[in-house]
Design a protein. Structure first.
Lengths: 227, 77
């Protein structure tokens, strides 16, 4: 399976994502934001980081970069797109995903492990996944997901909420909400479920000696679903 | 022509920074400060002498880049 990771000025999880994808068997290519064509890919990843220094709004400048039109065309034709952290912010800024990631409610940069509950596994990302609660890492200042009430209703009605922040035993409540995100939302899909944006970083959880291996479950399963 | 733009959060959208500023002001003794909303201000120099056309450009600029209309309003002043 071929994947591509887009690098923006200020991306800092691009290499981690490259390592993770290759570890689980993807043939990955790195793509510079100023290119205008994507290599043939089964998966496009917008990585985490601080593209363009988070100027104006997180992800807003990256959302207008040269490569983005190709990403939008690829996504609209049904191609699989994964946006992690800043990548999620970029996806909302392009309009491919609904809503916006606001500053964390407590105005603090949060860097810690959290648990997320997978809400919808009828898609290429989570289909057949062994576990529905994963321990993943978050590191962000703007992860407080917000959308209008109408948008929230349509996300719920179309089963577009990908994952909720939860406790280790899967309870979705205020105590397990790290950043104030509406309804504990950690990640969402587009209507067709071929675009996934989420704040937690699976690529940081692929080695027991570093932090944990729940990210491995995600990548192994994703590769299996794409084969 | 110079155009000034102010981008603010829509009412009802949580503004944690504004809230922190308000609480600090209250702590400094400005007990009459009931609410603070933080926004952004832009000075834009547009190479155009017609006021109407400048404002049209500014409006498009706001919609396409400066404001995220999910949570923000803009005003051209």
């Amino acid at each position: 399976m071929n994947s591509s990771v887009i690098i923006f000025p200020g991306s800092n999880c691009d290499r981690d994502m490259d390592v993770a994808l290759k570890k689980f068997g993807f043939k990955n290519k790195m793509v510079w934001h100023d290119d205008d064509k994507l290599p043939k890919s089964d998966l496009i990843v917008l990585p985490g980081g601080f593209s363009y220094g988070d100027y104006l709004r997180c992800g807003s400048i990256a959302g207008k970069s040269k490569i983005i039109q190709s990403v939008i065309d690829y996504a609209k034709s049904g191609g699989l797109v994964l946006g992690i952290c800043n990548g999620f912010q970029i996806l909302t800024e392009t309009g491919l995903l609904k809503g916006v990631l606001q500053q964390n409610k407590n105005i603090e940069f949060i860097c810690k492990n959290v648990f997320v509950k997978i809400n919808n596994s009828e898609n290429k990302f989570f289909e057949n996944i062994d576990r529905d609660i994963l321990e993943l890492h978050i590191a962000h200042n703007e992860g407080n997901y917000f959308c209008s009430e109408d948008e929230l209703k349509s996300l719920e009605d179309n089963n577009q909420i990908a994952a909720y922040y939860c406790s280790s035993d899967g309870k979705v409540d205020d105590r397990s909400n790290p950043n104030g995100a509406i309804k504990n939302i950690a990640g969402i899909f587009n209507e067709k479920k071929n675009i996934l944006g989420m704040m937690p970083h699976p690529e940081r959880m692929i080695d027991q000696s570093l932090s944990g291996e729940d990210g491995s479950i995600f990548f192994e399963n994703l590769l299996k679903n794409l084969k | 022509m110079k155009v000034k733009v102010v981008v603010t959060l829509k009412s009802g959208v949580l503004d944690p920074q504004g809230k922190a500023i308000q609480q600090t002001l209250n702590g400094m003794g400005f007990s009459n400060v009931k609410d603070v909303r933080q926004g952004k201000y832009f000075d834009i120099d547009i190479d155009e002498s017609d006021e109407q056309k400048s404002k049209q450009s500014a409006e498009e600029i706001c919609k396409k880049l400066l404001a995220n209309q999910v949570i923000e309003d803009f005003k051209i002043i």
